[in-house]
Design a protein around this ligand. Structure first.
Ligand SMILES: Cc1cc2nc3c(=O)[nH]c(=O)nc-3n(C[C@H](O)[C@H](O)[C@H](O)COP(=O)(O)OP(=O)(O)OC[C@H]3O[C@@H](n4cnc5c(N)ncnc54)[C@H](O)[C@@H]3O)c2cc1C
Length: 347
């Protein structure tokens, strides 16, 4: 699965030393909606920039379930005031992919796809700010960095035996492979509920295992009654206040308030959420708050971090609280950063 944890590409150090460095004033890491918004603002401001993206354009959205519908209306997903026309009030993933592809084409945004940023060396000294960026393909030298790496690449693991079996996924894509099979869905938020309902409607025998006492309160208001009714009528089996103990080829052990149960099982969809790559921020020298949110230090009026020259934009700014920021309320970061760079005469 391309959205999951991938082995790092190892680049021999001797090769990197001998590689020519390409000079780019501004490097934007991540071509999600917010990285693209930053690119758009930089372009409008006449700042030379390059976006480096480890996957496809808007890679997180690409990895969302194929049939997902956004909770935001389309105009709230717009960037750079480019109209997003959708055939229904809540746009689909396919419409969003089309929209961001069109924005990239219309503005001829400079994006290198399938080029992962592996390391950043801070080469600043005195009043000059400079970074060396090492990617899976090249080495760059830049004066400013905007990090827009999102939160969808590292799933929260169940941390139980059998989690690495091929029948277990942390990224649900579409229902067909689960038809006529015994499917266990772990979790109680939007992704879990969508996976449970979709697979059940395509003929799967669905069991939900939910750590909490009820379906998540943030589940889309038009979907929540649907799952609750399916559980109450017994079409979908749900174990609340329960957790997975062990996954085996043909069965799963779970712990319920009544004790341990062993259930026959063909596939496990563990939609237990995702976390941002905060280790990457730490490596850049960015300070994180001491509490469990691990919120990166950012000056609100500029989006600059404690490391001069490094800015954060998008959902990554929320640290472990990945529900505070989304596209509609973080797209504004792009203009804030670029206006600051212009006003300080950085370029
Ligand atoms: C199922 C689901 C439904 C959602 N619905 C909505 C909604 O209705 N409305 C809304 O506003 N938000 C919604 N969100 C949240 C929204 O998708 C995110 O807030 C949004 O993607 C954040 O944009 P971003 O650009 O900050 O990060 P992302 O879109 O995650 O983009 C980050 C990009 O950085 C890339 N990247 C990461 N590390 C590196 C690296 N080292 N080198 C190069 N590239 C890297 C990634 O591949 C990725 O493409 C939803 C999320 C989910 C999971």
């Amino acid at each position: 699965m391309s959205g999951g944890i991938k082995p790092k590409i190892s680049v021999p150090p001797t090769y990197l030393c001998s590689m020519a460095e390409t000079e780019v004033p501004l490097i934007i890491i991540g071509a999600g909606p917010i990285g693209l918004a930053c690119a758009l603002e930089a372009k409008k401001a006449g700042i030379s920039y390059l976006v480096l993206e480890k996957g496809s354009l808007v890679n997180s959205l690409f990895n969302y379930p194929a049939n997902m519908t956004f909770f935001s209306t389309s105009e709230r997903l717009e960037i750079g005031n480019v109209p997003f026309v959708s055939s229904s009030p809540k746009p689909t993933r396919a419409e969003a992919l089309e929209y961001y592809r069109r924005v990239k084409t219309a503005f001829d945004l400079q994006v290198n796809l399938y080029e992962e940023v592996l390391d950043v060396e801070n080469k600043s000294g005195g009043s000059s700010i400079s970074f060396r960026i090492i990617t899976s393909r090249a080495v760059y030298r830049c004066a400013r960095i905007i990090v827009c790496t999102g939160f969808y690449d590292i799933p929260y693991l169940l941390d139980v035996p059998g989690e690495n079996l091929p029948k277990v996924t942390h990224y649900y894509k579409e229902p067909h492979p689960y038809a006529f099979r015994k499917v266990m869905v772990v979790g109680s938020q939007n992704s879990s509920v969508d996976a449970a309902l979709e697979t059940w409607r395509k003929g799967a025998e669905v069991t939900m295992v939910i750590r909490k006492p009820e379906i998540g309160s943030r589940v889309k208001y038009w979907v929540r009654p649907d799952i609750i009714n399916r559980i109450e009528e017994g079409s979908i089996r749900a174990y609340f206040n329960s957790s997975i103990l062990e996954i085996r080829e043909l069965e799963v052990d779970i712990m319920t308030p009544e004790g341990k149960l062993t259930l026959a099982n063909d596939a496990v969809i563990a939609t237990t959420g995702y976390q941002p790559n905060l280790a990457f921020l730490r490596k850049l020298g960015i300070r994180l708050s001491d509490d469990e949110i691990l919120c990166p230090y950012i000056k609100e009026e500029t989006q600059e971090t404690n490391v001069p020259g490094i800015y954060l934009a998008g959902v990554i700014c929320g640290g472990m609280n990945t529900h505070r920021l989304f596209i509609e309320n973080s797209r504004v970061h792009a203009a804030t950063i670029i206006n600051h760079l212009k006003s300080t005469g950085s370029f």
